[in-house]
Design a protein around this ligand. Sequence first.
Ligand SMILES: Cc1cc2nc3c(=O)[nH]c(=O)nc-3n(C[C@H](O)[C@H](O)[C@H](O)COP(=O)(O)O)c2cc1C
Ligand SMILES: Nc1ncnc2c1ncn2[C@@H]1O[C@H](COP(=O)(O)OP(=O)(O)OP(=O)(O)O)[C@@H](O)[C@H]1O
Length: 309
Amino acid sequence: MQVHRDLDQLPEFRNAIITIGTFDGVHAGHRFIIEQLQQAAKECHGETVIITFDPHPREVLQPQSNTLRLLTTLPEKIALLEKEGIDHLVVVPFTKAFSEMSAISYLEDFLIQRFRPHTIIIGYDHRFGHNREGGLELLEAEQQQYGFQLIEIPKQVVHDLTVSSTKIRNSLNEGAVQLANELLGYTYFLTGTVCHGDKMGRQLGYPTANLQLADSRKLIPAEGIYAVRASINGQAPLPAVMSIGNRPTFNGTDLRLEVHIFDFNQDIYDQQVTVSFVDYIRPNRKFEKIEELVAQMDLDSAKAREILG
Ligand SMILES: Cc1cc2nc3c(=O)[nH]c(=O)nc-3n(C[C@H](O)[C@H](O)[C@H](O)COP(=O)(O)O)c2cc1C
Ligand SMILES: Nc1ncnc2c1ncn2[C@@H]1O[C@H](COP(=O)(O)OP(=O)(O)OP(=O)(O)O)[C@@H](O)[C@H]1O
């Protein structure tokens, strides 16, 4: 897959089959669109082109809100789309000026001029241009003049498409990782660098690698204890248990992401660890005695091992 970040350096596409969207999460609904792209490309020996935006349009249009949480960082999205076998990913630097283009100018000066699309495939609810003024109706009206094919993916035909990133985000925010994973079509994951904690885990018999995320916009699932798989520097995943929380037993105040890998005893400080969330076990609790916390961690570990098989 070729990744293009400079709109002035785009190649001449051969029968571009294009679609536009943020594709956050590259979830099951997105993958249905990807299949349509690939099918259309096959029929005309064309190339599949996904046009996406970075930063996320909401970050530019509502900078004050700061509530956006992403299912995938840009590198994660690139890796997932690469796996899908897309030919070109165009990452448009989304700016205020870009957002203020009228719908017709977006269509003519951006889509047509830069991509010369053979086919445009868009979801039933796709909007574009200033104030989201453009949509399917405008594409239909201009289709003949510019000679592109239009493929609409209607809501009722593609049930998967109604599965929005928002629904997946909500599930993760509630700890419902199994539902999120089903909607994603893969196990939700995050990657962090192992940093130093308070060195207490080892004393409790549970050394935990504390993860620092590279991108603060990445969605962190609800606080609680999870059965996870942990992959160190891209190596084979290992069964593990994870705690997300501020350690109420120790009156902690900051959110910690800690993973304890089973049957493992290595120094992994500064290494990259990717954690995939398999199941939620329980919420965080404040324990009166440390022994009670450790007894509960034993139970959590047994449960996680059972879940992970
Ligand atoms: C399986 C597991 C379950 C945990 N459950 C709780 C909990 O319910 N309440 C709590 O305060 N801390 C919980 N923790 C976090 C521990 O308090 C933490 O790992 C320990 O204090 C070491 O933290 P440190 O990073 O400060 O060394 C849990 C950790 C693990 C690995
Ligand atoms: N089974 C294991 N799972 C996770 N990390 C382990 C494991 N065994 C050894 N380690 C190493 O030990 C470190 C964690 O040790 P310990 O928990 O005592 O200290 P820490 O850095 O303060 O972490 P925490 O504060 O979460 O306890 C990890 O960062 C890792 O380098």
